[in-house]
Design a protein around this ligand. Structure first.
Ligand code: G3P
Length: 225
């Protein structure tokens, strides 16, 4: 499962890239709004930092198919042809996905709440489909189960589309999908940090340090003991 950062703040993206094995960055209009700057200024800085081999996913805002296609072209022109264009799976979105897929554009179908939306987006040619795990949970349904079923639908129908699960609020949701082997998960920095936060681990490491310092003195390590 690829691990992607769902955020647009360059400082935090750099932090995530230096500490964690991450594969790319996803954004959406709400995430970009938090930066309060021109979206292309923010996205170009991210692209420059992550390089052309890391995935960058950028969402369109237009609602009708023709405008979505134009917006996708502009996004690729500004940020490179490898950029994944995120298209919400509405009726117009599906029409745009069909057109863009024929042109060879990398498409991430987004705003997915149902298995059927994902199936249609996959058949239309999207490379990723992004179910909103926690938002589905908040509707009283089971977001992890929806994401797993979408993964199964893609495999059983021999579609090349992969799940890019999104909207996580806790480690358990991420773990369940890693165990299932979905294609990717995109996660906000605070939730990524939570993946490794465990008091028992901190205590164990502190005890090792104390024992070693008793043996060799304060601040000593295997470098200078
Ligand atoms: O891009 C969509 C997804 O990341 C939404 O996440 O946390 O706003 O539900 P969230």
């Amino acid at each position: 499962m690829k691990l992607i950062v769902d955020f647009a703040n360059l400082h935090q993206i750099k932090e995530m890239y230096s500490y964690y094995p991450v594969d790319g960055v996803t954004t959406n209009p709400s995430i970009l709004a938090k930066e309060g700057k021109n979206p292309y200024e923010v996205l170009k800085a991210i692209r420059e930092f992550i390089g052309s081999n890391s995935e960058l996913h950028v969402q369109v805002v237009s609602l009708d198919a023709e405008a979505i296609v134009k917006e996708a072209h502009k996004i690729r022109e500004e940020l490179g042809a490898s950029t994944y264009v995120k298209v919400p799976v509405t009726r117009e979105g599906l029409k745009a996905i069909k057109i863009l897929a024929k042109e060879g554009v990398n498409i991430t179908a987004t705003a997915i709440y149902t298995q059927m939306q994902a199936y249609l987006a996959g058949k239309a040619g999207a490379l990723y489909a992004a179910p909103y795990v926690n938002r589905i949970d908040n509707l009283g349904a089971d977001g992890v189960k929806v994401a797993k079923e979408i993964h199964d639908i893609f495999k059983k129908n021999e579609l090349k589309t992969e799940v890019l699960a999104a909207s996580f609020k806790n480690s358990q949701q991420v773990l369940e999908l890693a165990k299932y082997g979905v294609g990717a998960a995109t996660i906000a920095p605070d939730v990524i940090e939570g993946l490794i936060k465990l008091d028992a681990v901190t205590c164990a490491v502190e005890a090792f340090t104390k024992d070693f310092e008793k043996l060799c003195g304060k601040g000593k390590t295997m470098i200078n003991c």
